[in-house]
Design a protein around this ligand. Structure first.
Ligand SMILES: [Ca+2]
Ligand SMILES: [Ca+2]
Length: 204
């Protein structure tokens, strides 16, 4: 009877979720998959032999094939309001992603193509009923519209939350801030969800 109970309990436990394994043969912080797409060497952590690992150069938006501080490869970020997710790209190869919260209905984040106008390490966001001083990692892409860190909620990827800006968890906002330069492209698509993101309602 005990054995039967044990078997029943084990059988009813949810199956463990296995993460997709990321292979990084040369341990330079860049997966083999991305290295192949960018043309870097999967067996050499510093393809251009400039003293900086490929992964570090890509994280900071540099060309890992051209040595030192070469920023000749294109960088852009795509934000999808439907899914409340963003992805960023080096030379059209996706190298990062993070959940976001865009503007609430009626204060929607604008759709379209924009460029980073300026980078500001800190900004004071103050309005009626809110005051978020010294907010970090701000990338302005349209006058008064920013991609920026947000420390006052944790609804990224779950629902829109803002007055029109794109809220990002600090950790991810810092990554994007380091990666992007003034002039880099920002592409915003989709429609503001009325509440929580419901992937079942999103048509491809
Ligand atoms: Ca690697
Ligand atoms: Ca290098």
């Amino acid at each position: 009877m005990r054995l039967f109970l044990l078997m029943t309990i084990l059988f009813c436990l949810p199956l463990p979720l296995y993460a997709v394994e990321i292979i990084d043969t040369d341990s330079d912080g860049l997966s083999d998959e991305i290295e192949i797409l960018l043309g870097t060497d999967t067996y050499n952590p510093d393809t251009d032999d400039d003293g900086y690992p490929d992964g570090l150069e890509v994280e900071n938006g540099y060309n890992p094939l051209k040595g030192q501080a070469d920023r000749s490869l294109s960088r852009h970020v795509e934000v999808d309001k439907n899914t409340q997710q963003m992805k960023w790209f080096l030379d059209n190869v996706q190298v990062g992603q993070a959940p976001v919260s865009t503007g609430l209905i009626g204060m929607d984040t604008p759709s379209g193509e924009f460029k980073i106008l300026r980078k500001r390490p800190t900004v004071n966001y103050v309005g009626r009923n809110y005051s978020y001083l010294n907010t970090k990692w701000n990338l302005e892409f349209k006058k008064s519209y920013y991609l920026h860190g947000a420390f006052w909620h944790n609804q990224f990827g779950i629902r829109p939350m803002s007055h029109g800006c794109i809220n990002i968890a600090y950790e991810n906002a810092e990554k994007l801030y380091k990666f992007m330069s003034v002039g880099d492209k920002v592409v915003i698509t989709g429609k503001t969800p009325s509440g929580k993101v419901n992937l079942a309602n999103i048509k491809e």
